[in-house]
Design a protein around this ligand. Structure first.
Ligand SMILES: CC(C)(COP(=O)(O)OP(=O)(O)OC[C@H]1O[C@@H](n2cnc3c(N)ncnc32)[C@H](O)[C@@H]1OP(=O)(O)O)[C@@H](O)C(=O)NCCC(=O)NCCS
Length: 189
C-alpha cells in the first residue's frame, strides 16, 4: 500500500479486562435454567463490581457489607478465590464468593446473594451446588458457611441442601452483635 493512503487513524484498542487473580480452578462459563429462564454462570471480573455492590444494597436495605474496594481487592489481589456471577442479559443478578481455606481445609462460601426479584427461582441453590462440585473437583473435603441466626430462610435452604450446624459463634456480626450459625457439609463419601 502507498504510504499516502495509509490511514493515520490509530486503530482503537479493545479495552482489555483486568485479569482476575482467581487461581482456584479454571471455570468456563456455563448456562443453567432457573424456573424457565436461561442464565449464565461465569467468573466475576472487576467490571462486575458495581453490580455486586448493587445486589448487596438491594438485599440488605441499602447497606453493602462489602464495598467496591473490598471486591476489587478480593478479585485482583487474593489467591484461592473463586467469584462467580449469575447473569441474565448482561445484568448480574446473583453471585457467590468462594474461598479455599488451606488450614481447615475446606471451601468456604464467604458471600452469597441473589437480587430480590430473582430469589426463590433456584439461582442460589444452583450456585451452592456449583460450589459443591468445585470443592469436590479440587479435592476439598468440606464446604462451609456462616449465616445470621435471624436469617431463617437461608438457614432452611442450607439445611435442605445438605449442610449441618457445626457451631454457634456468639456475637459474630459486629453491626448488631448477632450470633452466627456455622454450617458445614462433608463431601467425602
Ligand atoms: C439466600 C439466597 C442467596 C437464596 O437464593 P435464592 O436464589 O432465593 O435460593 P433458591 O431459589 O435456590 O431457594 C429458595 C429458598 O431459599 C430460602 N430463602 C432465603 N431467603 C429467601 C428469600 N428472601 N426469598 C425466597 N427464598 C428465600 C427459602 O428456604 C427458599 O425456599 P422456598 O423456595 O421453598 O421458600 C437469597 O435469598 C438471598 O440473596 N438472600 C439475601 C442475602 C442472604 O441472606 N445471603 C446469605 C447470607 S448467609
Amino acid at each position: 500500500m502507498f504510504l499516502k493512503f495509509k490511514s493515520k487513524k490509530k486503530k482503537k484498542k479493545k479495552k482489555k479486562e483486568k485479569p482476575v487473580a482467581q487461581t482456584l480452578i479454571n471455570f468456563p462459563s456455563e448456562r443453567f435454567e432457573a424456573n424457565g429462564d436461561v442464565l449464565t454462570l461465569r467468573l466475576a471480573t472487576v467490571s462486575d463490581i458495581p453490580g455486586l455492590v448493587a445486589i448487596q444494597e438491594a438485599v440488605y436495605n441499602g447497606y453493602a457489607p462489602w464495598v467496591a474496594r473490598d471486591f476489587y481487592h478480593e478479585l485482583t489481589q487474593e489467591e484461592d478465590r473463586l467469584y462467580l456471577v449469575a447473569v441474565k442479559r448482561d445484568q448480574v443478578i446473583g453471585f457467590i464468593a468462594l474461598v479455599r481455606r488451606e488450614q481447615v481445609p475446606d471451601l468456604h462460601i464467604a458471600n452469597l446473594a441473589v437480587l430480590p426479584v430473582w430469589q426463590g427461582r433456584q439461582v442460589g441453590s444452583y450456585m451452592i451446588n456449583t460450589a459443591k462440585a468445585v470443592a469436590w473437583e479440587i479435592g476439598l473435603p468440606m464446604l462451609s458457611l456462616e449465616a445470621r441466626r435471624s436469617n431463617t430462610g437461608a438457614l432452611a435452604l442450607y439445611d435442605r441442601l445438605g449442610f449441618r450446624v457445626q457451631d454457634v459463634i456468639e456475637k459474630y456480626y459486629v453491626d448488631n452483635k448477632e450470633d452466627a450459625i456455622s454450617m458445614v457439609q462433608d463431601l467425602e463419601a
